[in-house]
Design a protein around this ligand. Structure first.
Ligand SMILES: Cc1cc2nc3c(=O)[nH]c(=O)nc-3n(C[C@H](O)[C@H](O)[C@H](O)COP(=O)(O)O)c2cc1C
Ligand code: SF4
Length: 686
């Protein structure tokens, strides 16, 4: 059968895996403040084991409490006392036929002063009930004091700050490095005692071990720097220590960045693929059992955690280059987004094991669905990076990450109560579709009205920007699930209150989305004025215009600008704030701005649109209030949307529950809409 190779057993040293699926490490923010696994985290792993993943790798696990904490709710193997709780988790995973490795980690310079030195105290105070509520204010006050009085530096091989976190950085003393080696080894010993099937050393994504390996971040002149052999010494000492303490056959994996993607104009290119392969060969000689090939660092985040515009498999050449040179198993999470791609990458010799990160956040049952020939039932990861973005913000609030397509990612799954009522849902965007699906699963009779021929709402626009087609998968997959579930979808049907009530609903859900904002500016009604939705949907386009002004540089504005550029027009982006893409997650901002720069688009920041004319626009500088006219043949307004919810008033007299969700209740992200819809659907009682 076409996917059989994915389900052939494979060994990493003495570790036998039932198939080729490996969940690569992903920090989730689901551990306790004390670094122990929680019921939520255990349930999350168990779901993936039951879904057919052969090997689970935990997210980053702390080995040092003073300078080694990277995020508030990560795992920790700093204390012997936490071994029993890990043991309990691992027993349950083994009980379901799963295997689990722990990723040992130290952030080095990719860390924040606010996390230095506080962890022993956090562990003590975390025993206080309600600690998670006071954690965030405590860290904020520490950060404030550090800014005003003293910020402890983060620690690294050399005193070179990471260009992304930009923290004061000091170099480890030689004795500290030796002590750190012991920290890693002790953590590995605890891991083995706790029943982990393997340990993985995190030598990727710019963290400490990579910092030692890379000539970009390691400028030491002692035995831990200066030449290849010395830069390798830190990981070599750790590996030898683990071998000595855990035995020569305890499975040991290294996750390795083999290409840092440092821009070509820099003098020091750090780890290039050639050096990466050399390191891989050295690790094989040191007796490592498998390599998990990755790339990048925090300075090049999109090279290890791609945004939507990257092509599936774009960096598979990295794993292939290593595989040609070593004889140990190769794992790689190289943007694999289909079974066909996974099969090809094994068959062509790119890798032995299929590393999946986000696809398993999006759908924990992905391997099983492939095995059972139900690939069309998979909720595909749309590479929107909401999981990572939410992790970065939620971690400081003591909350876990979330996913745009899987509203159950961070909840312990329970069967919802069955029901038999009728619910009318109006609007088949992400919110309406998700609500319909979750309600149908509970047994409701669901009628879903959509005024357009194609369901999807605003996401249909988002996926029209160049290389963003993966975003549309979430709608395709929801439509498939909703159809399979038997929801009565009525397309091309714009309803009023009467039509809704004709269905005799017990409850009504309004998910009618939003409409673009058109501010009352002079000239806004001219023919040369467009809204972003008109451009992206193709309903109107300034074919004859040469220079197009896009007003607003939020993500929608930047994506609209990219779309217009792809049609061969010149683009000028106008932004009132002092920086482009205010409020946008840095990964999306960096990609969009790079694209605009390549295409020579002009970006005017601190400029407010005050008037639109036939062939120009008038902008006011928000700092000095000077006004200036710029030539523009057409103007595209990308100033966001406002909720569209006119039906609620019309339904005032309805005796049952009326709920407004998604953009109709307040403009938000896909994840907001899907989460809100799911939460409503599981609690709705009629
Ligand atoms: C939320 C999130 C957290 C991650 N945390 C880790 C981590 O703790 N350790 C690690 O090595 N990689 C981490 N990664 C990277 C993934 O393991 C994986 O390499 C990356 O997401 C690319 O693969 P994918 O496209 O299959 O997701 C993380 C990724 C995400 C999305
Ligand atoms: S949040 Fe987006 S990128 Fe992350 S797993 Fe979900 S769909 Fe994929």
């Amino acid at each position: 059968m076409k996917n059989d190779i994915l389900f052939t057993p494979f060994n990493i040293g003495k570790l036998s895996l039932k198939n080729r699926f490996v969940m690569t490490p992903m920090e989730t923010g689901m551990a306790g403040f004390d670094g122990r696994p929680t019921e939520l985290l255990t349930d999350y792993y168990l779901q993936r084991v039951r879904g057919g993943t052969a090997l689970i790798c935990t997210g980053i696990c702390r080995v040092n409490n003073i300078h080694g904490a990277s995020t508030p709710k990560q795992l920790s193997l700093v204390h012997n006392s936490s071994i029993p709780s890990f043991q309990m988790m691992n027993d349950r995973i083994h009980g379901e036929g799963g295997k689990i490795a722990v990723q040992l980690h130290h952030p080095g310079r990719q860390n924040y002063s606010a996390l230095i030195g506080i962890w022993p105290m956090v562990e003590v105070f975390s025993k206080i009930p309600g600690f998670s509520k006071i954690f965030s204010p405590i860290v904020k006050s520490f950060a404030f004091l550090e800014e005003k009085i003293y910020a402890p530096p983060v620690s690294a091989p050399s005193a070179i700050p990471c260009g992304h976190v930009k923290q004061k950085t000091r170099a480890f003393k030689t004795w500290e490095i030796r002590s750190l080696v012991k920290d890693f080894v002790k953590a590995a010993v605890r891991a083995k005692r706790a029943g982990f099937d393997a340990v993985e050393l995190h030598a990727a994504h710019g963290y400490l071990i990579q910092q030692f390996l890379s000539p970009y971040s390691n400028r030491r002149t002692d035995e831990y720097g200066g030449n290849f052999e010395n830069r390798l010494r830190f990981i070599k000492d750790i590996i030898e220590g683990i071998r000595q303490e855990c035995g020569s056959d305890y499975p040991l994996i290294v996750r390795l960045t083999v290409e840092e993607f440092i821009p070509e104009d820099r003098d020091n290119r750090g780890i290039t693929l050639e050096l990466g392969v050399q390191i891989a060969r050295a690790l094989e000689e040191l007796g490592v059992d498998a390599l998990d090939i990755s790339s990048g660092s925090y300075e090049q985040t999109n090279k290890w955690l791609e945004t939507v515009n990257y092509k599936a498999g774009w960096r598979k050449y990295l794993a292939a280059a290593v595989k040609r040179e070593v004889n140990i198993p190769i794992i790689a999470a190289n943007l694999i987004r289909s079974a066909e791609q996974a099969v090809t990458q094994i068959e062509e010799g790119t890798q032995d094991l299929i590393g999946l990160g986000r696809p398993l956040l999006a759908d924990p049952e992905l391997p099983r669905k492939i095995k059972e020939g139900r690939e069309d039932e998979i909720s595909r990861c749309i590479v929107c990076c909401q999981c990572y973005e939410s992790l970065l913000t939620n971690a400081w609030l003591g909350k876990p990450l979330r996913c745009s397509v899987n509203p159950t990612l961070s909840v312990i799954r329970k069967e919802s109560q069955k029901s038999e009522g009728t619910v009318v849902v109006v609007g088949a965007g992400a919110a309406g579709l998700q609500a319909s699906l979750s309600l149908k699963k509970r047994g409701f009779h669901v009628v879903l009205f959509e005024k357009n021929s194609e369901p999807g709402g605003q996401i249909l626009l988002a996926d029209k920007a160049p290389d963003k087609e993966k975003l549309g998968w979430c709608i395709d997959d929801l439509i498939q699930s909703v159809t399979d579930a038997g929801v009565d979808i009525r397309r091309n049907t714009e309803v009023d209150a009467e039509a809704i009530l004709d269905e005799s609903p017990d409850a009504i859900i309004l998910a009618t989305g939003g409409v673009p904002i058109k501010p009352p500016i002079t000239g806004v009604s001219l023919d040369n004025v467009y809204t972003f939705d008109e451009i992206l949907s193709g309903s109107r386009f300034p074919e004859n215009g040469e220079t197009i002004a896009v007003i607003g540089s939020g993500l929608t504005g930047l994506e609209t600008a990219e779309y217009i550029l792809s049609k061969g027009k010149k683009v000028m982006v106008v932004e009132m704030a002092d920086n482009a893409a205010p409020g946008a997650h840095f990964q999306h901002r960096d990609e969009a701005l790079e694209c605009l720069e390549k295409e020579n688009a002009l970006i005017h920041t601190s400029m407010k649109l005050t008037e639109i004319r036939e062939k120009s626009i008038l902008l006011e500088n928000t700092r000095n209030h000077e006004k200036k006219e710029f030539a523009a043949d057409a103007v595209v307004l990308a100033l966001g949307s406002r909720p569209l919810n006119e039906l609620e008033k019309e339904l005032n007299g309805f005796a049952g529950e009326v709920h407004v969700i998604g953009d109709a209740s307040g403009i938000g992200r896909i994840a907001d809409a899907v989460e809100q819809a799911y939460k409503l659907a599981v609690r709705l009682a009629v």
